[in-house]
Design a protein around this ligand. Structure first.
Ligand code: GLN
Length: 189
């Protein structure tokens, strides 16, 4: 399977390493040409405002939007969640998102005093808890009826799926536990 990792900014290398450990050679996507033949895409954590700007200047925004409209499977983590959400609060005015999962998210919504923390979470589909690393994570403030919540932390959704779109507000690529990547690949493959 050909799996792309959006690689304009952020923690793309760790996602690539996670995929490689699962036996999938990642394609780092920096231009529209890199999307050709890609059957699934990962959008990493990083800085969604910078990613949005680089997506526009590289011509990738429209190319990815077209593929997403055609049903491309996508896994977005942290800033990746922000990029995929229907509505973004506390974004920059010129920040764009793909709007393919019916969520409202608030950037940096966990607040300054706890802007990075780690938490073991029960995730639907996984037998044992997942150690989740949150870094200036977005808070989900609304979940549309078509979206399915797979994990919550203190009553707030942190893993959500809608069809072929899966998002986490934390960074599953920063630990050695690749079960969420494996689950995504299984659904796609
Ligand atoms: N706060 C970042 C943003 O708004 C996301 C943080 C992250 O991806 N670790 O894009």
């Amino acid at each position: 399977m050909r799996v792309g990792v959006l690689a304009v900014q952020g923690a793309f290398a760790r996602h690539g390493a996670a995929l490689a450990e699962l036996g999938v050679e990642p394609v780092f996507v920096r231009t529209p040409a890199h999307l050709v033949g890609v059957q699934a895409l990962v959008m990493p954590g990083g800085e969604s405002t910078a990613m949005s700007r680089l997506l526009m200047t590289s011509g990738l925004f429209d190319a990815i939007a077209d593929r997403l409209n055609d049903g491309l499977a996508v896994f977005g983590t942290c800033a990746g969640m922000i990029l995929l959400a229907r509505e973004v609060l506390d974004g920059r005015p010129d920040q764009r998102s793909f709007g393919v999962i019916d969520l409202t998210v608030r950037r940096n919504g966990y607040g300054r005093q706890v802007d990075s923390f780690e938490q073991d979470l029960a995730v639907s589909g996984l037998e044992d808890p997942f150690h989740a690393v949150f870094i200036r994570a977005p808070v989900v403030t609304r979940v549309g009826s078509a979206a399915e919540v797979l994990a919550e932390y203190e009553g707030i959704p942190v893993v959500v799926r809608q069809g072929r779109v899966t998002v986490t507000s934390f960074h599953p690529e920063l630990t050695e536990d690749h079960r969420l990547h494996a689950q995504f690949l299984q659904e796609v493959g």
